[in-house]
Design a protein around this ligand. Structure first.
Ligand code: PPS
Length: 292
């Protein structure tokens, strides 16, 4: 397999993107949603894998046979993925035998294909505080050969503030989806920090949003399987067989904590960040916790 070059960022409908998520755009925009599709939406590095796995187990059970034989990305295809040597997300979704289909996307609200709205699909959004989100994204870009070169932490930090990231500005993403929630009732907006604080409680919120009633035993089993340590040791979820990820640079399941930003942000960066945050988010009521 030939090594692919690290991609360039370019402006795509006002959002920074790489070709690995735009190459199949015609098919993405024409995607035919079904009324029972469940869409899991996140800005990258906000807990996507975690919530995809929770939903998969809630819907399709914890049987060892299924759980040990299918990678999570096969169970929950990534809609806009169009990378070399990977099946395109839209093709994977068309072949998916399960019902409902669980669909992962990182698209900002204005780019979600319109049939999801027409079909009134349920949407689960997961947001994560921007400081930990930026740190997680930095380490991901270091170890993922199909992401742009991250450069050093300081230059990455400034790019994050400027929204020059794959999938654009964190600020626009979290506030755009928060705004949508005010008018679209089939949207559950979760926070990574709440999941860390009390996974069982958030599992309950998810189940009731989806109209599911897992038994106490099922809930317990799911909680065990989706614990950070279990997912880190699980080849179906830990990225260990993904050839574009170099786990010797940084693990895909890296720390799973709230507050790791304190190990990266300098005092000066934190001051710049806080001031910039107030400006960028002055019109949004969404609120994040940077510590528990
Ligand atoms: S991606 O590549 O966008 O799909 O990444 P994503 O899954 O959204 O985010 C990865 C971060 O989520 C953490 N993670 C978890 N934290 C706690 N518990 C569980 N079970 C869990 N699963 C994934 C993962 O470790 C990444 O965060 P960091 O801070 O880098 O550790």
């Amino acid at each position: 397999m030939e090594a692919c070059p690290r991609p360039e960022l370019f402006d795509f409908c006002g959002v920074s993107m790489t070709s690995y998520f735009t190459k199949n755009w015609e098919k993405v925009q024409a995607f035919q949603a079904r009324p029972d599709d469940i869409v899991i939406v996140t800005y990258p590095k906000s807990g996507t894998t975690w919530v995809c796995y929770i939903l998969d187990l809630l819907y399709f059970g914890c049987s060892q046979e299924r759980d040990a034989s299918l990678y999570l990305h096969e169970r929950v295809p990534f809609l806009e993925l169009a990378m070399p040597d990977y099946p395109y997300g839209t093709d994977e979704l068309e072949k998916l035998p399960t019902s409902p289909r669980l669909i992962k996307t990182h698209l900002p609200v204005q780019l979600l294909p319109k049939s999801f709205w027409e079909q009134k699909c349920r949407v689960v959004y997961v947001g994560r505080n921007p400081k930990d989100n930026a740190v997680s994204y930095f380490h991901f870009d270091r170890m993922n050969s199909l992401q742009p070169e991250p450069g050093d932490w300081n230059s990455f930090f400034h790019r994050f503030l400027d929204g020059n990231m794959v999938f654009g500005s964190w600020y626009d993403h979290v506030s755009g989806w928060w705004e949508k929630k005010q008018s679209y009732s089939n949207l559950l907006y979760l926070f990574y920090e709440d999941l860390v604080e009390d996974t069982g409680r958030e599992l309950g919120r998810l189940a009731s949003f989806l109209g599911l009633a897992p038994s106490a035993e099922d809930r317990q089993q799911i909680r065990e399987k989706v614990h950070f340590d279990s997912m880190k040791n699980n080849p179906m979820t830990n990225g260990s067989t993904d050839h574009i990820l170099d786990l010797s640079v940084s693990p895909f399941m890296r720390k799973g904590k709230v507050g790791d930003w304190k190990n990266h942000f300098t005092v000066a960066q934190n001051e710049v960040f806080e001031e910039h945050y107030l400006l960028k988010m002055k019109n949004s009521t969404v609120a994040f916790r940077t510590a528990l």
